[in-house]
Design a protein around this ligand. Structure first.
Ligand SMILES: NC(=O)c1ccc[n+]([C@@H]2O[C@H](COP(=O)([O-])OP(=O)(O)OC[C@H]3O[C@@H](n4cnc5c(N)ncnc54)[C@H](OP(=O)(O)O)[C@@H]3O)[C@@H](O)[C@H]2O)c1
Length: 447
């Protein structure tokens, strides 16, 4: 008995325990339950006190049965708001998702002076400034490592490790569903719809994948990255965003011929005069770039700092175990600080809303263009003439006489640097002629 007491006091030198209440026991919530129970010993050792899951709430009784089977001592509730009212909860974990109810839930937790951990990028991208201010006012921490790129510690790296540097750019593949779909299209020549179906069957895409494939999810994450990296308060609706739905297997094949892969990219760059270049879109990435080799559901983030130079982080950006590990890391961080009597370390979003974002028409980039044209003489000369009239010069070009339909051809080309507004004007002029047979594909090159 005596030696057991000695062992216990050596493992947990602090007197208190940290008590966690979990709201939402879906994909990630269940992963958090498993992580906290399975790794209770190492988490306790690392914190210096036990970290105990005391209550779990979910609307679905079947989800609660899964928790009961793992530990009958955990209180099970059907109302997430009950968690915020419990005196025996120090940290509330919000994993219900969505914006409106999650907003009220996080506010209720903070008003009750509970620290909060969330993985909810949509909530923070839209309402983060007010929630961080509320956390600070209440002396609580609001942590969100799992909200961006799942298991990859992007938030900590930007917020802590690189806090002394001036960040120039962040480029990332931060939506695993889109990357899985484009990888599948590249590796198997699958059409978008078939690759999406395969992603859903493999559990990499939701039944409703809209937010992923339209770039909306990456836009939420990029808004948070821009805030962390540049202190910019940007709403997702202000970020030029394009999804991957229009990428055709032919684009992937042409890109490869030119020495590029197509990846779903999110780009945040600090330009001169405090203007930010923020955008989410599929992009041609040189095969020599590490981002071109981030395959399947993997995520990656490339950060360029003034002093640190390039850094590259890669790993699983979603899924129960990787995301739950990030959530557990936040719980541990808050627990350690709280037990050490440390001050609130919550981060705050700037309140000013005067951030200048470069209009996409002003972007200077190289472009991949694929034209569907009539297969007749003079078309190529006319097309390059029209581009030349707008000051757009061609770097490389491939002509393919099997354009799909009889009498049509495909012309794929890479331009030199040009202003996007000029390229779009030129495409409108080209499409008003008789020699195009379908809208032109435009994909930006990021290098
Ligand atoms: N899935 C991922 O890979 C991933 C990765 C990173 C971040 N995230 C983020 O993590 C959060 C959770 O995602 P998830 O995939 O775990 O979602 P999920 O599987 O849909 O789980 C959410 C759970 O919360 C329950 N719930 C919803 N509202 C509730 C309420 N008012 N009270 C009690 N329970 C409620 C849901 O029940 P019903 O189903 O009955 O509504 C569901 O069981 C989201 O913010 C998401 O963006 C997810």
């Amino acid at each position: 008995m005596e030696s057991a007491t000695v062992t216990a006091s050596r493992r947990y030198p602090l007197e208190r325990e940290i008590r966690v209440g979990l709201c939402g026991c879906g994909v990630i919530g269940e992963g958090v339950v498993t992580t906290l129970l399975r790794h209770a010993d190492i988490i306790g050792e690392r914190v210096g006190a036990p970290v105990r899951l005391v209550a779990v709430a979910d609307k679905d009784p079947a989800r609660l049965d899964i928790v009961r089977a793992q530990d009958p001592n955990i209180a099970l509730l059907d109302d997430a708001f009950e968690i915020t009212k419990r005196d025996d909860v120090d940290i509330v974990v919000e994993l219900i998702g969505g914006i409106e109810v999650a907003d009220r839930l996080v506010r209720a937790a903070l008003d009750a002076k509970k620290h909060v951990v969330t993985a909810n990028k949509a909530l923070l991208a839209e309402r983060g400034a007010a929630l961080f201010a509320l956390a600070k006012a209440n002396g609580c921490d609001l942590y969100f490592e799992a909200a961006v790129a799942g298991a990859i510690p992007v938030i900590r790296v930007i917020r802590e490790s690189l806090a002394g540097d001036r960040i120039r750019s962040v480029r990332g593949i931060i939506n695993g569903t889109s990357n899985y779909i484009l990888s599948r299209m590249a590796n198997e020549g699958a059409a978008f719809a078939n690759a999406l179906k395969a992603a859903q069957e493999a559990g990499f895409a939701e039944a409703d994948p809209t937010l992923d494939v339209t770039g909306g999810d990456a836009g939420h994450k990029l808004a948070l990255i821009a805030a962390l990296a540049f202190g910019a308060r940007v709403l997702p609706s202000e970020i030029p965003t394009e999804g991957i739905e229009e990428v055709d297997p032919r684009d992937i094949q042409y890109a490869r011929k030119f020495g590029y892969a197509i990846r779903p990219l999110a780009v945040a760059e600090h330009l001169e005069d405090d203007v930010l270049d923020l955008r989410v879109h599929p992009a041609l990435v040189p095969l020599t770039d590490s981002l071109a080799h981030v395959d399947g559901a993997l995520n990656a983030v490339a950060i360029q700092g003034e002093m640190v130079g390039p850094s590259f982080l890669s790993g699983l950006g979603a899924g129960a175990s990787p995301t739950a590990t990030s959530v557990a890391g936040d719980i541990i961080d808050i627990a350690r600080n709280s037990l050490a009597g440390g001050p609130v370390r919550t981060w705050h979003l700037p309140s000013e809303r005067d951030q200048k974002i470069q209009p996409i028409a002003d972007l200077s980039s190289r472009y991949y263009l694929r034209f569907s044209v009539r297969d007749q003489s003079g078309v190529l000369a006319a097309l390059s003439g029209k581009l030349g009239d707008s000051g757009i010069s061609i770097d490389q070009l491939v002509q393919d006489h099997e354009g799909g339909d009889a009498g049509t051809a495909s012309i794929a080309l890479l331009t030199h640097h040009a202003r996007e507004g000029d390229v779009r004007d030129s495409l409108r002029a080209i499409e008003s002629t008789h020699f195009t047979t379908a809208p032109t594909q435009l994909i930006r090159i990021v290098e």
